[in-house]
Design a binder for this molecule. Structure first.
Ligand code: NAD
Length: 291
């Protein structure tokens, strides 16, 4: 069997086009969604992310506000900036680029963002809302994975899903979203016993580990849908958490790296900014952008 490739890059481009159309419609009502991105320090990977986030924000017709602060900025200075952005009516989404310098309390910073503008979905209120099935802002990467899965499989109800990784930004919210779609969900992690056997039972396998080509072809159930969240920089370039050569022999479909989940993350950040804008203005949620 040769697995189908789930083209996240193409899906994300279509999603951005739909978002741009909805942004145009809002312009008719005098509303321009605004996304503020805050970056501390000079980390090169973060600089690249922030630049491409800014470019894509402008491309869909939203306003982009970039705040670059020195590494040694105090936590209070950062909290003061967040407060200003919370109060600014031109700003509908606030993203503080992680990781933060070690002298900062990441939780305190994230929870200072007003939950309605928390487009990363990391605020404790949004985490709780997602877990209890209430209207939340949903973390971008798992939201992108969910969109790809629904597009490829239709209903996820009753399917066996295994999520490898229990981080707050990918693994846990991914499991919540799958559960919300009535999949039967198992979360695996570094202490899980006999991971290959567990994976072999998965109709849906999501890998969010951070180890190059960690999931081997013979761990995959024939015909399964495999979502590779991993981004690992190696001498051979960007590599996912799944051994793609192995996966392509066994899986029904899988997301490539690059060109799979990565482009969906930024597109979902724009989707969340549009959703936040609509909610702040008391409008209905935009079509097809929320879980
Ligand atoms: P993390 O380091 O916070 O979490 C990794 C998880 O993997 C942990 O929960 C750990 O228990 C689990 N793990 C580690 N070793 C394991 C093992 N041997 N067996 C089973 N589980 C094991 O990482 P993260 O932030 O969740 O990110 C995971 C990967 O996804 C990274 O490669 C990251 O770069 C990538 N990522 C990609 C995007 C995107 O946009 N595509 C976004 C976020 C993260």
């Amino acid at each position: 069997m040769t697995a189908q490739i789930i083209d996240g890059k193409a899906f994300a481009a279509r999603l951005r086009t739909r978002i741009a159309t909805q942004v145009q419609a809002l312009a008719g009502q005098g509303i321009t969604p605004g996304l503020a991105v805050v970056l501390l320090g000079e980390d090169p990977a973060s600089q690249v992310y922030v630049r491409s986030k800014g470019r894509m924000t402008r491309e869909v017709g939203m306003a982009s506000f970039e705040h670059r602060l020195p590494q040694q900025t105090s936590q209070q200075e950062l909290l003061d900036l967040i407060q200003k952005l919370n109060d600014d009516p031109a700003v509908h989404g606030i993203l503080v680029q992680l990781p933060l310098p070690s002298h900062m309390d990441e939780g305190a910073v994230i929870n200072a963002i007003t939950p309605e503008k928390d487009v990363d979905g990391f605020h404790i209120l949004n985490v709780g809302r997602l877990a209890t099935g209430q209207r939340a802002m949903v973390p971008c990467t798992p939201l992108g994975c969910l969109m790809l899965l629904r597009d490829h499989l239709g209903s996820l109800a009753g399917r066996n899903a295994v999520v490898i990784g229990r981080s707050n930004i990918v693994g846990k919210p991914m499991a919540q979203l799958l559960l919300r779609d009535s999949a039967t969900v198992t979360i695996a992690h570094s202490r899980t016993e006999d991971l290959p056997a567990l994976c072999r039972r998965a109709d849906i396998l999501v890998a969010a580990v951070g180890r190059p080509a960690f999931v081997k072809g013979d761990w995959i159930k024939p015909g399964a849908t495999v979502i590779d969240v991993g981004i690992n920089r190696t001498e051979d370039g960007l590599v996912g958490d799944v051994d793609h050569e192995g996966a392509s022999q066994v899986a029904g479909a899988f997301t490539p790296v690059p060109g799979g989940v990565g482009p969906m993350t930024i597109a979902c950040l724009l989707a969340n900014t549009l959703t936040a804008t609509a909610r702040i203005h008391g409008l209905p949620d935009p079509d097809g952008l929320t879980p």
